[in-house]
Design a binder for this molecule. Structure first.
Ligand code: GLU
Length: 303
């Protein structure tokens, strides 16, 4: 398969979609990014890597950090997850409050904000340094020690994250948050602010494509745990557009409001794409299209 030509073709075709979406501005520091960016990278399980465009430029991974939290949580608390969070798609926005009230402060799944905040709280109870552990996970798995938090973005979100504070307070009122919410959200916002490139992301999340084994040969998670995370990505990873994403792309994936999307095709490859302009559901317009074209042109998906 000529991956270089396929990526070139995708880059050319998606360029006409610039200007349709809108860069996230509800976190003011995120709005500073230049909108006309496009990067894409692929890492095959035979070790080959391909990339194009702005694939080496680091950007804010935002919700993609939820995959790291989930991985650490499953390792610590077991694959059943427990009763503090569910595993069903939400069908609502990533930061929705309404559903939480109906469901007594138990978030639908770990890949929406409320769910990741609960998991961060659980991990914080065991690891007071969870913030640094998540960063270390990104660095070690990507074999890139320069990966860092973007303190300006973390602070900007802390200062304006009224909805996430509301979610956390609301869950605390139901007894589903143990720690002080300021510590929990400080960790959560820092995880979201981590900056990685598409190439870093294909390396970091390679274990999800490789039965739990990282690119440096470490068993990060069991095969069963990996299967569970991939299943959750497919059903919950792209907000309230999961159906459309599965329909068009056919790959388990997690997106973030920084414009990144990471996906895996088990036993074949990890894929990452980045372009900051988002659609109404918070997914990158160009990123989604690029992933769709990739599975179309390669003929490879999970189905
Ligand atoms: N930090 C963002 C928030 O909590 C993450 C949202 C996302 O990427 O989906 O609002």
């Amino acid at each position: 398969m000529d991956y270089n030509s396929i990526l070139q073709r995708i880059q050319k075709e998606v360029a006409e979609l610039f200007g349709i979406g809108k860069v996230a501005d509800y976190i003011p520091a995120l709005a500073k990014i230049s909108p006309r960016k496009f990067g894409m990278a692929v890492k095959l399980t035979n070790g080959e890597e391909y990339s194009i465009g702005d694939a080496t430029e680091a950007f804010s991974i935002q919700s993609i950090s939820k995959l790291i939290i989930l991985t650490l949580y499953l390792k610590k608390y077991g694959l059943e997850i427990g009763n503090r969070v569910g595993v069903e798609p939400s069908g609502s926005a990533f930061n929705s409050l309404v559903q939480l009230e109906y469901e007594n402060g138990i978030p639908r799944n770990p890949l929406i904000n409320a769910g990741a905040i609960v998991l961060t709280d659980g991990l914080l109870s065991i690891y007071p340094d969870i913030k640094e552990r998540v960063l270390e996970f990104a660095r070690t798995n990507s074999e890139n020690s320069s990966i860092s938090f973007d303190e300006e973005i973390a602070k900007s979100e802390y200062d304006t994250g009224f909805r996430n504070f509301a979610l956390a307070n609301f869950m605390k009122s139901y007894g589903n948050i143990d720690n002080d919410i300021f510590y929990v959200l400080n960790a959560y916002f820092h995880h979201c602010s981590i900056k990685m490139s598409c190439i870093d992301m294909t390396r970091c999340f390679y274990y999800l494509a490789n039965e739990g084994v990282s690119q440096n040969g470490k068993q990060i998670l069991s095969t069963r745990g990996t299967k569970r995370i991939n299943a959750m990505m497919l059903t919950c990873g792209t907000y309230d557009a999961v159906g459309d994403f599965a329909f068009r792309v056919g790959v388990p994936a997690k997106s973030g409001v920084g414009g990144g999307i990471v996906g895996v095709i088990p036993n074949k490859m990890s894929i990452a794409v980045w372009s900051p302009e988002l659609n109404a559901q918070g997914n990158s317009v160009i990123g989604m299209k690029a992933m769709e074209l990739f599975t179309t042109y390669t003929g490879i998906s999970i189905f």
